[in-house]
Design a protein around this ligand. Structure first.
Ligand code: TRP
Ligand code: ZN
Length: 313
């Protein structure tokens, strides 16, 4: 859904400004950037959430590691990416005696020595469908990847998208991926962007305080919306960026809050309900498609695309 962001002038605004300028001034005013990030349709992101909910409902109510709902989720995401022209790879691992899977999708082209990655965990806990945790991140990363294909974006850097297995068992899939990179391959990753819980029903707008350039990119986006952000502190290192960070790879990400309580000050600046958790259904059976704040999901999906575009050009 369209949000107003600096540097993304509307057609009408461009015409209005152009009318005031001479031809040479228009040339001087040509934007330095060739590729503006697209607006991510939140309806598309929500359609993926509906599919993940159906997958959980058809598979015992969850999409957990080692269960049929996880593999069905992986197959759903992979089919979309394959149809869009990505090169997909399934990486298998074993955890708690069950097979798990990561899904990696490479967009052909760009400098193989400068890789920008965006990822999210695709598994849920066994007690529920995991639609906010982490259908939201998974669906938004998927939709950003599909937007890369729709626009046939050809950035300077190489783009890689990832969906991790067994995060809920202790960051197992992402750690497996990082541990299996050679030192040379680790050095090629310019940055890893993580999206875990980005549509909490009583949302906060939290930006990871890790790599300064990545953090600034997200903050710039939110400044353009006029929405305040705070540094993410709810259990730092509790998601899939942690193995990347430990390996010395620059990381960043977004988060709308889990079981922590929204303060009065936070409710004043963000709306929602003070004294209540950001996500009252965190890790429980009510984490369904009803457990989503559409505004937060829309903003964070657009912020994700903005960062992928800005950091890869
Ligand atoms: N990763 C946790 C989960 O999936 C949720 C979580 C807690 C989190 N603290 C975080 C996610 C900070 C991102 C950032 O259950
Ligand atoms: Zn999670």
């Amino acid at each position: 859904m369209k949000l107003s962001v600096p540097g993304r002038a509307t057609g009408a605004a461009v015409i209005a400004v152009a009318a005031l300028l001479t031809t040479s001034a228009i040339a001087d005013a040509a934007p330095a950037r060739v590729a503006a990030a697209p607006d991510i349709p939140v309806a598309n992101v929500k359609a993926h959430l509906t599919q993940l909910q159906s997958i959980a409902t058809a598979n015992g109510g969850n999409r957990a590691h080692g269960r049929a709902g996880y593999k069905a989720s992986l197959d759903y995401v992979k089919a979309k990416l394959d149809a869009a022209g990505f090169t997909t790879t399934i990486q298998q691992f074993t955890s708690s005696g069950r097979i798990g899977y990561n899904l990696i999708a490479d967009w052909p082209g760009g400098d193989a020595n400068q890789i920008v990655m965006a990822g999210s965990h695709l598994d849920s806990v066994s007690s529920g469908a995991g639609i906010n945790d982490n259908g939201t991140g998974s669906a938004a990363v998927l939709e950003a990847a599909l937007a890369v294909s729709r626009t046939q974006y050809q950035p300077t850097k190489h783009l890689r998208f990832a969906w991790w297995g067994a995060e809920e068992l202790g960051l197992v899939g992402s750690r497996h991926y990082v541990n299996n990179l050679s030192a040379a391959d680790r050095d090629k990753i310019s940055g890893y962007l993580n999206f875990d819980m980005i549509g909490s029903p009583n949302p906060g707008y939290f930006v990871y305080d890790d790599d300064p350039a990545i953090e600034k990119t997200f903050k710039d986006f939110y400044a353009g919306l006029g929405v305040a952000t705070e540094i993410e502190t709810e259990g730092d290192g509790r998601s899939d960026h942690a193995p990347f960070k430990s390996a010395g790879i620059p990381v960043g990400g977004l988060f709308t809050g889990a079981s922590n309580t929204k303060s009065t000050a936070q409710a004043t600046k963000w709306g929602g309900t003070a004294g209540q958790p950001f996500d009252r259904c965190y890790h429980s059976s009510c984490d369904t498609t009803a457990n989503i704040n559409d505004t937060a999901l829309n903003r964070n999906s657009d912020a994700l695309a903005y960062a992928v575009w800005e950091l890869s050009e």
